[in-house]
Design a protein around this ligand. Structure first.
Ligand code: DAH
Length: 347
């Protein structure tokens, strides 16, 4: 038998293609495989179109036209076949995989706020009721704000209370407490009165243990205005302690030392008598320290832009994680940032 002419070969391509497509039988996968075979990069239609180079010159025009017709015919047939196949698949899934609306829904597992965030929110709520705004400041701080402007010049022995992380930029450190926020807010608000809390993460270069972590939260408080006194500080902290720890709480004030306050105090609360942990927590005294505070030192007021002859202020600093540990008898501070869901889910 003589070889088929190029035009005959095109006709065969068309009939064969249509036949194969028909036998793909409305199966989407098979229909798509057919498409690759005919229209893929190495597909038969492409090869036929490229074959024009081998056709005798005088037949080329006719060949080109015929090849295009075949291409369009197969393309159109493919589009139809694909639609039929997809429709069939949809019908099948609607009938055989129908939804059983009587099945119980899938259990959602809603997230929860981290216990540290929860207690922060509680603290914000209490101070909001007392007229305090939340003021946030940076965690990477200058040595100047973290120490110097808080009345701790270089080599001041009080700096020993804070083991500091230094960055590679000279003078830039991770803040060891939220107190530098006092300077930021004073410089922004001066000469207006101030009533803010400054919450946030602090960092200290500590050996990690059940009692100390290298990062922890603090909430600082700052009030500045004409005629602000220690009595205001005491009233504010009493109100806070009662909202936080229970309506019958008493606070006890002991004299203390911080470079940025004068006088400085430490504040204890009486621990409920019915708590079996009372003796252990309070070392038998019945009192537990909850925060440090004091009247803002005149030097600090001046560094913030205020005239200490005209205004006074009080400040305090507390560790919310420590408060949570007390309330829930948590004995290991590392649990806070350990990401152990068994711990976190209990709150
Ligand atoms: N910054 C202190 C610390 O980290 C806590 C503190 C004490 C803050 C007394 C205050 C304050 O504002 O008045 O240990």
């Amino acid at each position: 038998m003589p070889d088929a002419t190029p035009l005959e070969a095109l006709a065969t391509l068309e009939t064969q293609g249509l036949a194969e497509l028909a036998s793909a039988a409305a199966e989407e996968v098979a229909v798509r495989a057919w498409n690759t075979k005919y229209f893929g990069d190495k597909g038969m239609v492409k090869a036929a179109l490229a074959g024009i180079g081998k056709v005798a010159k005088e037949e080329r025009a006719a060949y080109g036209q015929a090849a295009n017709k075949v291409k369009v015919a197969l393309e159109t047939a493919y589009a139809v076949a694909l639609e039929v196949a997809q429709e069939a698949a949809l019908q099948k899934s609607l009938t055989t995989d129908s939804i059983d609306v009587t099945l119980p829904g899938r259990q959602l597992s809603p997230g929860k706020l981290h216990p540290a965030t929860q207690i922060l929110h509680k603290i914000y709520g209490i101070f909001a009721d007392l007229g305090f705004q939340v003021y946030r400041t940076r965690e990477i701080e200058s040595d100047e704000l973290n120490f110097e402007l808080l009345n701790m010049p270089e080599h001041h022995p009080a700096r020993d209370m804070w083991d500091t992380f230094f960055t590679q930029t000279p003078g830039q450190i991770l803040r060891t407490h939220t107190s530098p926020g006092q300077i930021h807010v004073m410089r922004e608000r001066c000469p207006e009165p101030i009533r803010v809390i400054l919450p946030g993460m602090c960092y200290r270069n500590e050996a990690i243990s059940t009692r100390s972590e290298i990062q922890f939260l603090q909430v600082e408080g700052l009030v500045i205005g004409e005629g602000v006194t220690m009595a205001d500080l005491k009233g504010t902290l009493t109100a806070f302690a009662r909202r936080m720890f229970g309506p019958d709480r008493q606070i006890r004030i002991r004299s203390s030392y911080f470079p940025f306050t004068e006088p400085s105090i430490e504040v204890d609360i009486d621990w409920p008598k019915d708590d079996p942990n009372r003796d252990r927590l309070t070392k038998g005294t019945g009192w537990l320290e909850i925060l440090g505070a004091g009247m803002v030192h005149p030097i600090v007021l001046r560094n913030g832009g205020y005239d200490p002859d005209k205004v006074t202020g009080f400040a305090f600093g507390m560790g919310p994680q420590r408060m949570l540990m007390l309330q829930h008898a948590i004995d290991d501070i590392r649990l806070f940032w350990g990401n152990d869901l068994r711990f976190l889910r209990q709150f």
